[in-house]
Design a protein around this ligand. Structure first.
Ligand SMILES: [Zn+2]
Length: 279
């Protein structure tokens, strides 16, 4: 599933395409997605800034008259979003096409349809769910252990599951949660409420590092993720523990152990990530 670094890679790719020509047409598939709408309000609008919030992309669009619009994009479990020439054949499972006056198109491809899109006045989009419900951005300058503790410090859930709550922290998914917990030396199933301040500080730093590394590597490609020009990310080669069950721990050399909790798998080092460690 695309997490913050993968979505940020897509956002940067879309921005680098530097599309300035106005929207001349839109097309949508008839298949139901988790989030969808009639995109025709975009016709005549000129594309502007691209933002990211958590795992969402917001593309600002300025119509000829009236208030600014936003195109909200979510990649769900298996979504891809890219720029293509209008003449290029459409991939299977294309669900949204936004055609620009310069002959290029934005295409959203999503085989499992857990992702989606929405078009609305920008102010409305930013003030309503899902964006308004998201927790703080872990890469914002003021994100630290104190903030993380304020969001999660009363949760009885295990740390890994707690970190996946998008209302607590935006953009973190299983891969980067597992990586950050390893870096911070914390057991993924330790109840969040047990952590002391020093552990929250370490976890906040580890989270930022893991996410930033993911962005620097152009995202992680396990199955589906591709950036805007169809390239795979490189971060899968840089993961310390995720997907490496049974392999030697990069820190102590003992075998990494896998676990499944709440239907999600994970990996940790039983030696470096002791369940008793809370500070
Ligand atoms: Zn170890």
């Amino acid at each position: 599933m695309p997490e913050l670094p993968e979505v940020e890679s897509v956002r940067r790719g879309l921005a680098e395409a530097r599309i300035r020509a106005e929207v001349v047409d839109t097309w949508r598939s008839r298949e139901k997605m988790r989030m969808e709408c009639d995109p025709r309000a975009l016709i005549g609008a000129r594309p502007g800034a691209l933002r990211r919030r958590g795992k969402y992309i917001v593309w600002e669009m300025a119509p000829a008259k009236g208030q600014p619009l936003g195109l909200l994009l979510h990649l769900g479990m298996s979504g891809r979003c890219g720029i293509a020439a209008a003449g290029d054949p459409r991939a299977l499972h294309t669900h949204l096409v936004v055609s620009f006056g310069d002959g290029r198109e934005l295409r959203l491809v999503d085989p499992r349809r857990f992702g989606g899109y929405r078009v609305a006045p920008l102010a409305e989009l930013l003030a309503a769910a899902p964006l308004a419900e998201l927790g703080p951005e872990p890469l914002d300058p003021d994100f630290d252990g104190e903030l993380l503790a304020a969001r999660l410090g009363r949760s009885e859930r295990g740390l890994r599951d707690a970190l996946l709550d998008q209302r607590a922290v935006a953009g973190v998914g299983n891969i980067y949660a597992i990586e950050a917990l390893f870096d911070a030396g914390l057991h993924p199933l330790t109840p969040a409420a047990r952590l002391r301040a020093s552990a929250w500080d370490r976890l906040a730093v580890a989270l930022r590092d893991a996410l930033q590394r993911g962005i620097d590597n152009g995202g992680t490609t396990l199955k589906d993720f591709r950036n805007v020009v169809g390239e795979v990310g490189r971060n899968q080669d840089d993961l310390r523990v995720y997907g490496r069950e049974g392999e030697p721990c990069p820190r102590c050399g003992r075998a990494l152990r896998g676990f499944v909790h709440g239907g999600r798998s994970g990996v940790y080092c039983p030696f470096d990530q002791s369940a008793r460690r809370v500070r």
